[in-house]
Every structure is written in structure tokens, then in C-alpha cells.
Design a protein around this ligand. Sequence first.
Ligand SMILES: [Zn+2]
Length: 435
Amino acid sequence: MLFVVVRSVLVILGVVLAWVSGAGLAGGQYLGAQIWRVYMQNATDQDIFQDFERKFPVVETVYQGRSVLDVLVRGSILESAKEHFASVKKEYEVLVDDVEERIKNEDTPMTDDEISPKQGRGYNFTYSHYHPLSDIHDYMDLYLAASPSTKVNNWILGRSFEKRDIKLLEIVNDLNAPYIWIDGGMHAREWLSPTTALWIANLLLREKEKLPEAMKKLNYYILPVMNPDGYEYSRNEDRMWRKNRNLAAGNRSRRQEPSLHDCKLGVDLNRNFDIEWGRKEGASNNACESDYKGPYANSELETQGVVGFLSDKISKVKAFLTFHTYGQYILCPYAYARNAPLLENQLELIKIARTAAKNIIKMSGSNYHVGKLTDFLYACTGTSIDWAASQGIPYVFVMELSKDSFILPVANIIPTAREGLELVKAVAEAIVKRK
Ligand SMILES: [Zn+2]
């Protein structure tokens, strides 16, 4: 296990690579593609949908609510998929009518001034673009970790399958205080989650005066991009990529099957944690599926990085918050089954989530739903929140930011991060009150 503490000794002379927003994306693969919301009210709807999936294996489910499925319908099959739905008299709602257009309008190319970092600044990160991993890492190393007022440790939790660093910031306000864990970027395409984690880190390190007292009394582990390979792949190759890039984790014969050229190999990190991993339902055994759980529990380098890092620190961690998109939910464990036992402090968790949701609605009007994960979503096994709860961390939440899309213009970066901050505030208040 690789744990490297890199102290905040900084070399600001590094060459920062120029990058033009969106230029890396291959482009065109989502021409004509749409995202449909399909309502699943009863067994007949299930049958109809299964039949649809059999007929159109390239259709990917990108979101599973309890009574809705959002599916990505590629341009190549759009017309025949429409005909199929008409023939079985099943209705659907078009959630995104032009995926390619959404991707195009998500960000604008950076100006020359934005690309060349200011003299001596050494990093190239803003909240007005979605940045490549190298910009994020430079921002963490050269700016956030160099906070003049707060002690920061830079950690590398390990390296990904494609040998990228999995980087975490430790923010220490008080040596004796408990920690809040915050992660983002577990699912590659959910770009508003790394930006939210980074924005909160920036407040903690550079604009502390804007934060409530409770937040300033605690310490933090912040992991903005848990899945660095997937993140880069979603930027450069496939904007809708979700999993890590461990292509070897799949079944060989399946990989060589020519009819499965659309197979997206990789492991869903949020099905890979060692908690209820072997259950029959709640994750896929098929390496081509977007919720493939991996060959065995904790098989992935990214999962191992998190678990290994926290193994001797769990008792200090009082909250575990993981940012995802989308759906506007603040949810707590357990996720693995609808009939899973309630946590001892379930009511307290709901109360904290409600406080955050109330403050969000007051602030932005966004309506976040609050509850146990299975109250709103399909049961899923091997999730990080279930693992964190099983380790005895008392305050555990997943926050599904943004209403109904992974792909939102950059103007959404800060408003979304503000919503994430409300959860951190509510959790910090609860911890400080309990101390
Ligand atoms: Zn996610």
C-alpha cells in the first residue's frame, strides 16, 4: 500500500500544461442521442423494459430511481427505439433531447490568459471551467496545500490502474478534533462532485471567515477525485463514462466477443466496497454493465486506497460524506437492501439531512429529498456509505447533487457547491454539539 505524505514544500517552477476546454473530447459519439425517463410503476412496466433492453443492448441505464429509469438512447437506434415504445404503447419523457448539444454547451474554451497561469502562481484552476486532472492536482498542491493559515498534509492514497495519483488533502484545524471525510469524483461523469469538494476545501483553507464556527473547529480529509482514470476518460474519450478503467477486471471471453464491442469494461467503485458484496441483487456480475461490482470485494486500487488510508484513522472520523450527481437527494445507509436494519442513530441522520435540505431550499430553491437510500433509489450493494457505516462512522451521507443531469454548464459549478456546503455545515454542527 502506498502512503506518501508530501509536505507542503512547493516547487512553483513546474511547467503547467496548456489545456483548451473540451478540446480533448473525441466528439460526435452522442450525435442524435437522447436521455429518456421511463416510469416503472408495476410488473408489466418491468417486463416491457426488460424486453426493450434485450432488443437494444446498447441502451444504458444512467439513473435508477425507485419508480423511474433514465436511459441513454444512442442516435443510431433512436428511431427504432421510438417505434418500439410506440408499438408496446409505453410512454417516456425526453429528459435530454440532444446529449451532444449538452456536451458542447457545457463549457467554453479557456482564453489564452486563463491557460497561462499568472506569474508565480503555478496552477491553472478556476471555478468557471471544468478542468483536467492535472489542473486539479496542481491547484491542490500549489494553492490549497500552501494555505498560510492552516496546517495541510498532502496524501497520495495510491495509484490508479493507469498509474494516476489518488490525492487527498488533510486539513488540520485542531489536533484533538474529529474529522469529516469528503469525497468526490467516484463516478467519472459526475463532474459537479469534484468541483464541490474542491470549492469546500478552498473555503476551509482560504476563505475561512465565510464559514460557521462549527466547521472551523473540525478537521477534514478531502478526496476530490477518487476515480482519476475515469475522470480523465470522461473528459477525453467518453463524456458519459462512469466506472474506473480497470479493463482487466472483466471476463476475457466476454471481452473478445465481437458482438459486444459496445461493452464498457471497468468496475463501478461504488459497488466494490466490502459490504454485502456477494449478494444476489444490488450490483452486476457482468463486466460490461455500468454497475459491475468487480471480481471480488475491494478488488480495485481506488477502493483499496480509501479503505487502506482510513484503516488506522476510522476512530477519528465522525462523518463520511460522498458527493455524487444527480437527483437532489441527501441519503443515508443502509443501501444494500430495502429491509436492511436501521442504524442506531437513523433519526438523527434524517434530522441533520432535513436541516441541510431546509437551508438549501431557503438559499437556492432546490428541493432535496431526504431519507434512507432505498426510500428513493434501487438497493445497491458494496457502496462506500454502507462500508463507512459498518466501520462505525456515525454520520454517513451520500449527496446526489443537481436535479436531472450529469452535464450542466459551468455556471452551475458554484451554486451546486453551495448546496453541498449546506450538508457539511449541518453535519459539523451536529458533531460539535455532540462533542
Ligand atoms: Zn455517482
